[in-house]
Design a protein around this ligand. Structure first.
Ligand code: ZN
Ligand code: ZN
Ligand code: FE
Length: 762
């Protein structure tokens, strides 16, 4: 058999995920000599041996990989054969670039899980066990490069046995940076809200008993604190709602395994695969309504345990658990023990804490299958800081500051974009501080300090002010909906032109008004507005969003020329006539009233009207209820009018409002009206797309495309004649804006079209 040498380049997510030990073990199995080392762009291998053995190795590399690895390519070139059986992991070949060095947090692997429940194993029931294939990563790292000294595991000195595992290439804990055991690693404690430690040899069993007794436990997890209670106990759930002041917003439910998930939700194969993926996101799926965690929950957020601690707690509790972020009102999730006692002391009855510091807060990610493919609605734990590769290469690093709600930022370097973790709504000091800290940390991980900063066009967003406040930065302002569409272009490697359809709640338009029902022809860094929706007046600005009856009133007055049949509409019977008069005066005088074109506002208004919900208790509540109310089997729809004379073309929904009111007065159910409303919006979208598209591909983005029904109807109406692209790797909502901002800024820099006044030098 001929013997030869091969140089192999493996690309993808292959660092910090146990890939080199995987190669090492495969090489040993095939009796191949040579070495493997980390390369800035992946993993490199020199392999020497008989041809069939080499073929076996290459097939293994192509077809198999550790669970968290993502191999995108395996390329081979022949090199001179070298004698020798030894195969080594070459540590000395350290890359000059840091860009792939910090991995995302990984869910507990099957091997670790088996040991966790094996009474004979030395790590039996040890809540911090991990290995090369699993465990905390991003959440415990202080700085680059990723090794133990730079993590919050640095304070724990490995015992001799752990050290041996860590040093041995054959061991599945070879170079597992957070390697630990009961003798040397982190420990748990149960603490009362007053800060008193409760002496118990089994803190998890103790906490599980507390949960079974209906108590609320604050639990220090991987990326922050959660509040947990028995999801099957109406009393416990009600108590949690009261104490957290969260009356109706749905809670995510953690279940022990897939079988239990099946009992709570109707799951497709795709949803089951997401639930068990190494990222372990919260998966939004159709509820079987076994649990009554929120009124009329037709959608349930379920997820599986992703740390040994969660596995043990779920096992011991024996019931599904409500697992919601441990935070107060809109502040970021708590990460430190003392902070938890101070902030959650009035909510939790018991604290289950540990002594491994959470360095970077990472919220749970949220995914929903929409139109047959997963849409990431919140991209954080498990995904961050994994890179999104782009077709274009960035000549210099760029920082995109994101939007306002559901903020995430992003840094571009090389041909990668790194999105930061979900920060939340940039509305208070605590969140803003978390934002600044996370940006600094990501800059440090990547070893870059971008001087080009991209921000939203809205002058008052804290993210805009952050960008404009950085000394010496070049700043580029990007229109919100342009950025939404560009986020899809960046993901799919498209330049345009495309017809972008951006539907969301709000975004600052070029004319200073609020946009959000936009059809944009996007070509590279430019866009042209092809169509939009007739605006609705928001009386009281943001107050109208919290009190959507105000928007409903404006919509009705507009559609009925100031004489809607308010007396016959249940929504308005509960409201005081003075309140209605005040809002009418505001609308008439244009006082503190802004025109808004957001599709989300139409959902708010019509939802409030038909469901009789004057106020939203959390952002988007009425729109969500209105979406979920729609009956699946209803095919009817309302007439629509396109005002073609206008430029841009304007969709006039006043006929829809008439149709809705007629149905409501005729006693049609909310399910029917909601379905007809959805059908009509989808049909209007398809009609405008046909009128304005030419032969361009269509791109859908914006927060409204988290609405599965609307998205699916539009996709069905346009495909297959039209190619339609949607967000797959970043959220369609404002959590994906930063990627689009980067795409546009890079195109502008390449084209030299950055406006001179945008080049601010402080
Ligand atoms: Zn493991
Ligand atoms: Zn140990
Ligand atoms: Fe938006």
């Amino acid at each position: 058999m001929a013997r030869l040498g091969l140089h192999i380049e493996v690309r993808g997510t292959v660092q910090g995920v146990g890939y080199r030990p995987f190669v090492y073990q495969a090489a040993h199995r095939f009796g191949i000599g040579g070495r493997v080392w980390n390369h800035p762009r992946g993993v490199s291998i020199d392999a020497h041996g008989p041809m069939d053995a080499l073929a076996g190795l290459v097939t293994t590399l192509r077809c198999g990989a550790p669970p968290a690895a993502r191999v995108t390519s395996v390329a081979c070139t022949e090199i001179a054969f070298e004698e020798g059986d030894a195969f080594v992991i070459d540590e000395s070949a350290v890359s000059g670039e840091r860009r792939v060095s910090i991995p995302a947090d990984l869910a507990t692997c099957g091997d670790c899980l088996r040991e966790l429940f094996d009474p004979a194993d030395r790590r039996y029931r040890y809540p911090f066990t991990n290995c090369t294939n699993c465990g905390p990563r991003y959440s415990i790292v202080h700085g680059a490069p990723y090794d133990r000294a730079n993590t919050s595991m640095a304070t724990f000195r490995m015992c001799a046995r752990c050290q041996r595992e860590y040093d041995s290439p054959q061991d599945r804990r070879f170079h597992a940076q957070p390697n630990a055991c009961p003798d040397c690693g982190p420990t748990l404690a149960t603490v009362t809200p007053a800060g008193q430690e409760i002496a118990t040899p089994e803190p998890i069993r103790f906490a599980a008993r507390a949960i079974r007794a209906g108590l609320i436990v604050a639990l220090k997890g991987l990326g922050g604190f959660h509040l947990a209670c028995d999801a099957t106990s109406a009393t416990a759930v009600r108590r949690l709602r009261e104490r957290k002041h969260r009356e109706t917003k749905p809670f995510a439910i953690m279940v022990r395994d897939l079988a239990e998930a099946d009992r709570l939700a109707v799951l497709s194969d795709q949803e089951r695969a997401l639930l068990t993926s190494v990222e372990r996101p919260i998966v939004l799926a159709q509820s079987r309504e076994v649990l009554r965690c929120a009124p009329d929950d037709r959608l349930i957020g379920v997820f599986l345990p992703y740390t040994p601690l969660h596995h043990l707690l779920l096992h011991d509790a024996g019931v599904p658990l409500v697992m919601t972020s441990g935070n107060v009102s809109d502040e970021p999730m708590v990460t430190a023990n003392a902070e938890a006692l101070a902030q959650l002391g009035d909510i939790a009855d018991l604290f289950l804490v540990h002594d491994r510091e959470i360095v970077t807060r990472v919220d749970d990610s949220v995914v929903r299958v929409i139109g047959g493919a997963p849409a990431i609605l919140r991209r954080s734990r498990g995904y961050v800081p994994r890179a999104i590769e782009t077709r274009a290469t960035f000549d210099e690093p760029i920082l995109a500051c994101g939007a306002h709600l559901k903020n995430t930022f992003a840094i571009a370097t090389g041909n990668n974009v790194f999105l930061g973790p979900h920060i939340g709504d940039l509305e208070n000091l605590a969140t803003f501080e978390a934002y600044e800290t996370a940006i600094e940390r990501m800059k440090d991980f990547l070893g870059v300090s971008p001087r080009v900063l991209v921000h939203d066009l809205h002058p008052d967003y804290l993210s805009t002010r952050y960008a404009l406040g950085q000394p010496g930065a070049r700043t580029i302002a990007v229109q919100h909906h342009h950025a939404h569409i560009a986020s899809v272009l960046a993901e799919h490697g498209l330049e345009g032109p495309v017809l972008g359809i951006a539907y969301d709640g709000t975004g600052f338009g070029l004319d200073g008004t609020s946009w959000g029902g936009e059809f944009l022809i996007v070509d590279g860094d430019r866009f042209e507005r092809a169509a939009t929706f007739r605006p609705i007046a928001l009386a009281g600005g943001d107050l109208a969003i919290r009190q959507p009856w105000r928007i409903a009133l404006a919509l009705l007055d507009d559609a009925f020329d100031g004489k809607p049949p308010l007396g016959e509409l249940p929504l308005f019977r509960e409201l005081l006539s003075q309140e209605i008069d005040i809002v009418r005066h505001m609308l008439a005088d244009g006082l503190n009233t802004t025109p808004a074109r957001g599709i989300g506002r139409y959902f708010d208004a019509v939802g409030a009207l038909v469901l009789g919900m004057p106020v939203a208790r959390y952002e988007g509540e009425v729109a969500l209820r209105w979406n979920l109310a729609a009956r699946d089997d209803e095919r009817g729809r309302y007439p629509i009018v396109l005002r073609d004379g206008a430029s841009p073309l304007e969709v006039d929904p006043r006929t829809i409002v008439h149709g809705v009111v007629d149905d409501l007065l005729a006693g049609a159910g909310a399910g029917t009206i909601s379905a007809r409303f959805h059908n009509t919006l989808a049909e209007a979208t398809i009609e405008v797309a046909r009128a304005r598209r030419g032969d361009l591909p269509v791109v859908l983005s914006g927060g409204c495309f988290a609405n599965a029904r609307l998205t699916q109807s539009i996709l069905e109406g346009l495909q297959p004649e039209t190619r339609v692209f949607t967000n797959r790797r970043v959220p369609p909502g404002d959590g994906g804006i930063a990627l689009g901002q980067i795409h546009i800024a890079a195109a502008q820099l390449r084209a030299g079209t950055v406006a001179q006044e945008a080049l601010v030098c402080a």
